[in-house]
Unconditional design. Sequence first.
Length: 157
Amino acid sequence: MTTQIRAPMQRGEIAELLRDHGIAPTHQRIEIAGVLFSRCEHLSADRLLTIVNSRYSEVSKATVYNSLRLFLEKKLIREVIVDPSRVFYDANTAPHHHFYNMSSGELTDICDANLQLAGMPTLPDGMVADSIDVIVRIRPRDGAGGPVAPASLPASC
Ligand SMILES: [Zn+2]
Protein backbone atom coordinates (compact mmCIF):
# COMPACT_ATOMS: atom_id res chain seq x y z
CA MET A 1 0.00 0.00 0.00
CA THR A 2 1.31 3.46 -0.80
CA THR A 3 0.46 6.53 1.18
CA GLN A 4 0.03 9.89 -0.44
CA ILE A 5 0.98 12.89 1.64
CA ARG A 6 -2.08 14.89 2.55
CA ALA A 7 -1.43 17.97 4.59
CA PRO A 8 -2.49 19.26 6.97
CA MET A 9 -4.20 16.26 8.52
CA GLN A 10 -6.57 16.37 11.47
CA ARG A 11 -6.11 14.04 14.46
CA GLY A 12 -9.12 11.98 13.37
CA GLU A 13 -7.65 11.48 9.90
CA ILE A 14 -4.31 10.43 11.37
CA ALA A 15 -6.05 7.96 13.71
CA GLU A 16 -7.91 6.54 10.71
CA LEU A 17 -4.68 6.26 8.71
CA LEU A 18 -3.05 4.35 11.60
CA ARG A 19 -6.06 2.03 11.91
CA ASP A 20 -6.02 1.43 8.13
CA HIS A 21 -2.45 0.15 8.56
CA GLY A 22 -3.35 -2.09 11.52
CA ILE A 23 -1.80 0.26 14.09
CA ALA A 24 -3.65 1.08 17.31
CA PRO A 25 -3.92 4.91 17.35
CA THR A 26 -2.49 5.79 20.77
CA HIS A 27 -2.11 9.46 21.65
CA GLN A 28 1.67 9.32 21.23
CA ARG A 29 1.53 7.49 17.88
CA ILE A 30 -0.94 10.09 16.60
CA GLU A 31 1.46 12.86 17.67
CA ILE A 32 4.43 11.17 15.97
CA ALA A 33 2.53 10.32 12.77
CA GLY A 34 1.07 13.84 12.77
CA VAL A 35 4.55 15.36 12.59
CA LEU A 36 5.64 12.95 9.84
CA PHE A 37 2.54 13.49 7.71
CA SER A 38 2.16 17.23 8.20
CA ARG A 39 5.65 18.07 6.94
CA CYS A 40 6.85 17.59 3.40
CA GLU A 41 10.34 16.72 4.58
CA HIS A 42 12.42 13.74 5.58
CA LEU A 43 13.10 13.58 9.30
CA SER A 44 15.66 11.77 11.42
CA ALA A 45 14.41 10.12 14.62
CA ASP A 46 16.18 12.77 16.73
CA ARG A 47 14.66 15.65 14.75
CA LEU A 48 11.25 14.00 15.00
CA LEU A 49 11.68 13.63 18.78
CA THR A 50 12.57 17.33 19.08
CA ILE A 51 9.55 18.42 17.04
CA VAL A 52 7.11 16.10 18.83
CA ASN A 53 8.35 17.23 22.23
CA SER A 54 8.12 20.90 21.30
CA ARG A 55 4.35 20.28 21.09
CA TYR A 56 3.83 17.37 23.45
CA SER A 57 6.62 16.95 25.97
CA GLU A 58 6.08 13.42 27.25
CA VAL A 59 7.30 11.27 24.37
CA SER A 60 10.48 9.35 25.15
CA LYS A 61 13.18 8.53 22.65
CA ALA A 62 12.31 4.83 23.02
CA THR A 63 8.66 5.55 22.16
CA VAL A 64 9.69 7.45 19.05
CA TYR A 65 11.99 4.63 17.91
CA ASN A 66 9.41 1.92 18.72
CA SER A 67 6.69 3.83 16.88
CA LEU A 68 8.92 4.35 13.84
CA ARG A 69 9.73 0.60 13.82
CA LEU A 70 6.03 -0.21 13.94
CA PHE A 71 5.19 2.34 11.23
CA LEU A 72 7.90 0.81 9.01
CA GLU A 73 6.75 -2.74 9.70
CA LYS A 74 3.18 -1.77 8.74
CA LYS A 75 4.44 0.12 5.66
CA LEU A 76 2.96 3.42 6.80
CA ILE A 77 6.28 5.14 6.16
CA ARG A 78 9.59 4.23 4.56
CA GLU A 79 13.15 4.48 5.74
CA VAL A 80 15.91 6.12 3.71
CA ILE A 81 19.36 5.06 4.88
CA VAL A 82 21.97 7.47 3.51
CA ASP A 83 24.56 5.82 5.74
CA PRO A 84 24.26 4.07 9.12
CA SER A 85 24.47 7.39 10.98
CA ARG A 86 22.02 9.18 8.67
CA VAL A 87 18.64 7.50 8.59
CA PHE A 88 15.60 9.47 7.49
CA TYR A 89 11.89 8.63 7.75
CA ASP A 90 9.68 9.42 4.80
CA ALA A 91 5.89 9.65 4.86
CA ASN A 92 5.82 9.33 1.09
CA THR A 93 5.74 5.58 0.37
CA ALA A 94 5.11 5.96 -3.36
CA PRO A 95 8.11 4.81 -5.44
CA HIS A 96 10.65 7.63 -5.64
CA HIS A 97 14.34 8.34 -5.21
CA HIS A 98 16.39 10.97 -3.41
CA PHE A 99 19.05 13.62 -3.70
CA TYR A 100 21.21 13.80 -0.58
CA ASN A 101 22.89 17.17 -0.24
CA MET A 102 26.21 16.39 1.44
CA SER A 103 26.70 20.08 2.23
CA SER A 104 23.38 20.82 3.95
CA GLY A 105 22.44 17.26 5.01
CA GLU A 106 19.08 17.71 3.28
CA LEU A 107 17.22 14.93 1.51
CA THR A 108 15.02 15.87 -1.47
CA ASP A 109 12.68 13.71 -3.55
CA ILE A 110 13.34 12.66 -7.14
CA CYS A 111 10.16 11.49 -8.88
CA ASP A 112 10.33 7.87 -9.97
CA ALA A 113 9.49 8.95 -13.54
CA ASN A 114 12.54 11.24 -13.61
CA LEU A 115 15.07 8.46 -13.18
CA GLN A 116 15.66 5.61 -15.57
CA LEU A 117 18.03 2.74 -14.99
CA ALA A 118 19.78 0.99 -17.83
CA GLY A 119 21.60 -2.29 -17.54
CA MET A 120 19.73 -3.86 -14.65
CA PRO A 121 21.97 -6.70 -13.46
CA THR A 122 20.81 -10.30 -13.73
CA LEU A 123 19.21 -11.23 -10.44
CA PRO A 124 20.37 -14.28 -8.49
CA ASP A 125 18.37 -17.46 -9.19
CA GLY A 126 14.99 -17.50 -7.50
CA MET A 127 15.04 -13.78 -6.72
CA VAL A 128 12.84 -10.91 -7.88
CA ALA A 129 13.57 -7.19 -7.53
CA ASP A 130 11.36 -5.92 -4.71
CA SER A 131 12.34 -2.27 -4.97
CA ILE A 132 15.11 -0.02 -6.18
CA ASP A 133 16.11 2.99 -4.10
CA VAL A 134 18.58 5.42 -5.59
CA ILE A 135 20.32 8.11 -3.56
CA VAL A 136 22.20 10.68 -5.63
CA ARG A 137 24.74 12.36 -3.34
CA ILE A 138 25.24 15.97 -4.37
CA ARG A 139 27.49 18.83 -3.27
CA PRO A 140 27.97 22.41 -4.47
CA ARG A 141 30.15 22.67 -7.54
CA ASP A 142 33.68 23.81 -6.65
CA GLY A 143 33.67 27.58 -6.40
CA ALA A 144 29.87 27.74 -6.35
CA GLY A 145 29.98 28.76 -2.69
CA GLY A 146 27.43 27.71 -0.12
CA PRO A 147 24.82 25.00 -0.15
CA VAL A 148 22.50 24.51 -3.10
CA ALA A 149 19.29 26.45 -2.58
CA PRO A 150 16.30 24.07 -2.29
CA ALA A 151 14.47 26.08 -4.97
CA SER A 152 17.02 24.98 -7.55
CA LEU A 153 16.22 21.32 -6.97
CA PRO A 154 13.38 19.57 -8.81
CA ALA A 155 9.98 19.77 -7.19
CA SER A 156 8.84 16.94 -4.95
CA CYS A 157 6.80 14.11 -6.40
ZN1 LIG B 1 11.29 10.93 -0.12
